[in-house]
Design a protein around this ligand. Sequence first.
Ligand SMILES: [Zn+2]
Length: 58
Amino acid sequence: MPNPKRRMSKSRRDKRRAHYKPATPTLSVCPQCGAVKLPHRACPECGYYNGRKILSKL
Ligand SMILES: [Zn+2]
């Protein structure tokens, strides 16, 4: 079985992980209320999607 010959230093490990970062979420603007929302999702502010009311506030 192939195996690493030496333990990777904390410095090397952390330098590799320095490039791990969360992707910036794509944002779109709701045509109904103008709030910033996720694309292809009903608007959490007004509950509209594709010109129709989908969500009702509790
Ligand atoms: Zn909206």
